[in-house]
Ligand binder design. Structure first.
Ligand code: CU
Length: 472
């Protein structure tokens, strides 16, 4: 990870003021004053209640076998790839102790969960990175319900395997289903990820390159639940059942298109938030996005579930959906997609408080490739960490209008908040290339410093990020 825009001293003052300072009754005397704005607002305090669930996640290197004749050294949680599924009830207090046995600093971010700022896991912004050999405990109330994932937020570690699913079960689901499967879609990079030094990915061949376009990391395949297409997982179903699939795009640089042969999917949740059910035969999602879809098992047989890389040439990731009555037959492929989900189809069940009418504050931001010869991606011409914070005040309706001047898509993610986009409530949204424009609205109800960034990990690491900072 690059150095941050905040000094270590200031960061320690901020965290000190929210923990020790709160105990001493002086949390209102927060010293972090920014050059260009007011005093920073102290974050929500972290949860002190007894945890309902306590788990330990040890980050260490190990060996994965995504297919029978393929093995590679990865970085993992609990020696599993993807990492262990964390599953809790909505509103439960979850406590996770990260034990760092890597020879590098690390953190964990809880992608999509609006946690209190001190446990958001962004090194240099919300915490000091956890040193090799050290531990750090993240405790927060798991809400709202939804399909999330957790991952390292240090440098390019997500693309080394440090990721896993986080499921927060709703007390009262708005859709019925009989069983469920978590489907983690990912791109497979053996070895150490590298940022291209001069516009080319280290060791890679593929990609269009050039100043305006992008290059693709040297991926050696696409994965579903850590398995290459020649070694697919089988999801068993029974005729008449309704199966809820929780799809997570945990890829670092891949937009996926997902289909299941022989079946429609009823999309029920976008980024964990419930939507009016919408029937499609495929959907596209960018890095960091999630969709839940219910499939009715009314077409017995053996069927392929596949995820195609829209921006890559690797063979599609795949899994098998197999009816009990079938078995042994080779899976049927999906037909070409004709009814693909669009953002405009998504209507959130609940509305987002505080974002109706005109915004109190609007940011107009361009997304583009940096002009420097080095591999740089910018927001409004600035590459993080040499970038101005986006300053907001608590209790505001904030609008961000994004315009993408580059030819490649950027899945933009806001930490700590959900936002409204069209009629959906999400935390990550694709901004299409070639002057694609997307507007998001959110309500500032979670004080602190929150990263707003592209979830293409290479774009993030090359500068495509800003910090949203709450000031008085
Ligand atoms: Cu990007």
């Amino acid at each position: 990870m690059r150095s941050t825009g905040f000094s270590r001293r200031k960061l320690l003052q901020l965290t000190g003021a929210t923990t020790l300072g709160a105990l001493a009754g002086c949390s209102d005397q927060l010293p972090g004053t920014d050059d260009s704005g007011g005093q920073e607002v102290p974050p929500r305090s972290t949860v002190t209640a007894e945890p309902d669930t306590s788990v330990s996640l040890t980050a260490a290197s190990g060996t994965i076998r995504p297919a029978a004749d393929t093995s590679t050294s990865n970085w993992m949680y609990e020696n599993q790839f993807p990492g262990p599924e964390l599953r809790v009830q909505e509103g439960d207090v979850l406590s996770v102790e990260l034990a760092n046995e890597l020879q590098a600093e690390t953190t964990i971010h809880w992608h999509g969960v609006p946690v209190p700022n001190p446990v958001d896991g962004v090194p240099g912004v919300t915490q000091d990175p956890v040193d090799s050999g050290d531990t750090f405990t993240y405790t927060y109330r798991a809400e709202p319900a939804g399909t999330y994932f957790y991952h390292s937020h240090v440098g390019l570690q997500l693309d080394r395997g440090l990721l896993g699913p986080l499921i927060v079960e709703e007390r009262d689901p708005h859709v019925e289903y009989d069983r469920e499967y978590v489907v983690i879609v990912d791109d497979y990079l053996p070895g150490e990820p590298e940022l291209p030094s001069d516009g080319r990915m280290g060791g890679g061949i593929g990609g269009r390159g050039g100043m305006m376009g992008d290059v693709r990391p040297p991926y050696e395949g696409l994965l579903i639940n850590g398995r290459l297409p020649e070694n697919p997982q089988t999801f068993e179903v029974r005729e008449g059942e309704r199966i809820r699939f929780r799809f997570v795009n945990a890829g670092s640089a891949t937009v996926f298109g997902v289909r299941i042969a022989g079946h429609e999917m009823t999309v029920t949740h976008a980024d964990g938030r419930p939507v009016d059910p919408v029937d499609v035969d495929s959907f596209v999602f960018g890095a960091g996005e999630r969709y839940d879809a219910v499939v009715e098992a009314t077409n017995p047989g053996t069927w392929a579930l596949r995820a195609d890389a829209l921006d890559g040439t690797e063979p599609p990731a795949r899994a098998i959906v197999e009816y009990e009555s079938a078995g042994g037959v080779s899976p049927q492929r999906p037909s070409p997609a004709s009814n693909q989900l669009r953002y405009g189809d998504l209507r959130s069940i609940a509305s987002l408080d505080g974002v109706s009418g005109d915004p109190d504050r609007t940011f107009d931001l361009t997304l583009s490739r940096g002009r420097a010869r080095s591999y740089t991606w910018t927001i409004d011409g600035q590459a993080y960490p040499d970038a101005d914070p986006l300053q907001v005040r608590a209790g505001e309706h904030v609008r961000i209008r994004m315009s993408n001047l580059s030819p490649v898509v950027h899945p933009m993610h806001l930490h700590g908040h959900f936002f409204q986009v069209g009629n959906a409530i999400k935390d990550t949204v694709i901004v299409p290339g070639h002057r694609g424009q997307v507007t998001i609205d959110f309500y500032t109800d979670n004080p602190g410093r929150w990263l707003f960034h592209c979830h293409n990990l290479y774009h993030l690491d090359a500068g495509m990020a800003r910090v949203v900072t709450y000031v008085e």
